[in-house]
Design a protein around this ligand. Structure first.
Ligand SMILES: [Zn+2]
Length: 273
């Protein structure tokens, strides 16, 4: 039996594809985090991580293998910038790469001087020494511009992810706040809120108006039928935005839309069974 055969490594192309995908993702996630919060803790490290991966993807795209040093490790951001400076002619203050990929023309302007300045500025903070500072707006802008390159184009996706995580975290906080609030209420007060009459005060008095309002729904946090819907979801699933009058939980329109979309997908998938 040939033992060697059974431990054959993955084909090299798969490895290259994985690396490309990882670089693209790292660049996108770190840049999106900086755009959302330029003064984030560790902004210096995020800047370097985003830039190293972005430049490695770009150099690897045009000059495969040249993004690595002799020992196989990926070059530093500063070394990658120096390599690009040696390969691409300057146009004004920019080094411009352009071409045609899968039928569309693209053009990426690299503000190499600004990016090099960003590295100088953030390096001390990254290494824990004095004298550095987080990247400025001009450095982050130059970083974002790399996203026009066909090897990257990941920012839109990453920004959506970042926004989504922020929304879910806020919703979780709102739920915890509501539960903490309920825990502080007296037994008598909670009993009063459980009474079906309690929610009546929050519904329109005029019967006509009441018919056209969304009414009260079961609250996803405290389970009482005291969740006053102010805005319906656009899928017609019945997951509305609003506030619970018993526990105070508020579901934002964005969160309602997201939950409704999940429910809609689940419904459509169950239809296929
Ligand atoms: Zn509630």
């Amino acid at each position: 039996m040939n033992v060697r055969r059974s431990v054959k490594p993955k084909p090299a192309t798969v490895h290259v594809e994985e690396t490309r995908w990882q670089r693209r993702r790292e660049y996108g996630e770190c840049t999106a985090a900086l755009v959302m919060n330029p003064e984030a803790n560790g902004a210096e490290g995020l800047f370097n991580q985003a830039l190293s991966n972005g430049l490695a993807a770009i150099v690897g795209h045009h000059w495969p293998g040249r993004e690595r040093k002799g020992d196989g490790r990926v070059k530093s951001a500063a070394a990658l910038l120096a390599f690009i400076n040696g390969k691409v002619r300057r146009r004004g203050s920019m080094r411009v790469l352009e071409g045609r990929t899968q039928g569309y023309r693209w053009r990426t302007a690299l503000a190499t001087k600004t990016l090099a300045d960003g590295i100088r500025r953030t390096d001390p903070g990254r290494h824990g020494t004095e004298g550095g500072s987080p990247p400025g707006k001009q450095h982050i802008d130059a970083l974002v511009k790399l996203d026009t390159h066909p090897s990257l184009r990941s920012m839109g996706e990453a920004l959506r992810d970042e926004g989504w995580m922020h929304m879910v975290a806020s919703d979780r906080e709102a739920r915890v706040r509501a539960l903490t609030y309920v825990a502080k209420l007296s037994k008598e007060e909670w009993a009063r809120r459980q009474d079906p009459d309690y929610v009546e005060d929050y519904l329109p008095f005029d019967p006509k108006e009441r018919d056209s309002s969304f009414g009260a729904d079961a609250c996803p946090v405290c389970d009482l039928e005291t969740f006053i819907i102010e805005e319906a979801d656009s899928f017609g699933i019945g997951i509305g935005a609003g506030t619970c009058r018993a526990c105070g939980y508020t579901r934002t329109p964005e969160m309602a839309e997201d939950e409704a979309m999940d429910a809609k997908i689940e419904y459509e998938m169950s239809k296929g069974d």
